[in-house]
Design a protein around this ligand. Sequence first.
Ligand SMILES: Nc1ncnc2c1ncn2[C@@H]1O[C@H](COP(=O)(O)OP(=O)(O)OP(=O)(O)O)[C@@H](O)[C@H]1O
Ligand SMILES: [Mg+2]
Length: 469
Amino acid sequence: MAKAESQPRLQRKLLAWLLVPLAVLLVLDTAVAYWNSLRFANLAYDRALHEIGREIALHVKLEGTQPRLELSEAAANILLLDPEDQLFYRVTAENGASLGGDADLPAPRNGKPAAPDFYGAAVRGEPVRMMVAWMPVGPDAGPPQVLVQVAETLHKRERLTWEMVANVVLPQLLLMVMATAVVWIGVSRGLEPLKRLRRAVSDRSHLDLSPIDTHDVPGEVRPLVDEVNELMARLGRTFDFQNRFVADAAHQLKTPVSGLKAQIELALRENDLQRVRHSLAQLYISADRLSRLVRQLLSLARNEPGALDSMQLQPLDLNAHALEVSMDWVPQAIKRSIDLGFEGAEHPLTINADRDRLRELINNLIDNAIRYTHPGGRVTVQASRTGDGQCRLAISDDGPRIPVAERARIFERFHRLLGTQEDGSGLGLAIVSEIATLHGARITLEEDVDGVGNTFSVFFPLRADERPV
Ligand SMILES: Nc1ncnc2c1ncn2[C@@H]1O[C@H](COP(=O)(O)OP(=O)(O)OP(=O)(O)O)[C@@H](O)[C@H]1O
Ligand SMILES: [Mg+2]
């Protein structure tokens, strides 16, 4: 299969485009040349046929008023001698009586031709050219006249015709063969850079994503190679990103796993049941943290930019959904003595969203707000319409403000603020950001007007039927 694909199809196509019209032209040209040549050959030989007819007529004598043909067989043979063709003749009187000649000659197609008549006929099954003419008897042009028929087979006419055709067609055929050779060689040479390009790509290692050398690439395929190079650069960036992510993830997993091992070793050395229980409780907390980290890593992988296909978008009321998720956090908020409030919009805010992913986005933002706000603080979830075809989900707290320099970086994977005491691996906001992107939403961290706390806002496009007209 690979062999068939490696055939230079372009080359064959170009040749076909050149040769097929040329061949058609050649056939037409041959036909035209044939008819023209035949006309000229007939013109030339018809004249000779007419001359022979006149010679024969000279041998007709008058016996009183009756014409009589005085042509000996020897004289007739000399007159009708031809190296290539066989000739026939017949002379007929005005009253229809045959005066001599070949009885097999067919009767003239027109018994009274005004001028010499030339046409194709057949004698004993062989095609002939026939001349029929009224000719005077003796030197005077007046009556009586005799009807002279001379016929000749077609061999020399055909030979002359084909010689003339060959003279016209052969140079053209030669030209066609030369054109084919020139095009074949030219296209082969023209395609050589493409073949080199193909070899350069097929010889390369699957890990080599460096750009393809474009210096002798033909201009027509240059944009294609540029696009491929661009794609390779993007792939290279994705691979780098993935590699760094895998290394980071492994690093992040290593610490809790080592912690777990150390705790297990410690517990194994304990004899006191009470202490073993305590170690087990610690182990449980560590295992829980580890499982959360694994869940977050999976979530990151699930929400990669290419995950659009796995999204289950459906019309969803952001207002109701945000309220429902917020309610789940009430026990946690109470535990941390945080005043969790909800300020919804008056009307539903219908957006196209993946229910589970949207829940994860809101969960991460509320989790952060509750986690990083001091006990007794206040966290507010707001849903509102912005008036420009969008709606806004805002989660604000009155905890310590995130420094301006850190505002962009906190959305990066594994990035946490220095000195943060709370548990966490720095993945929550990266997941939020990926989910927002998948929904075509934009996320901002705003400066709070009163200078206290942080407000994370996510702007979702409203469904078309929700937008003001
Ligand atoms: N509402 C907030 N108030 C103050 N700091 C915050 C707030 N939200 C996030 N941060 C800071 O941004 C950092 C990154 O947050 P992110 O949610 O990405 O990770 P995390 O909370 O540390 O870990 P996890 O992966 O468990 O969510 C946090 O470590 C914290 O320092
Ligand atoms: Mg978090």
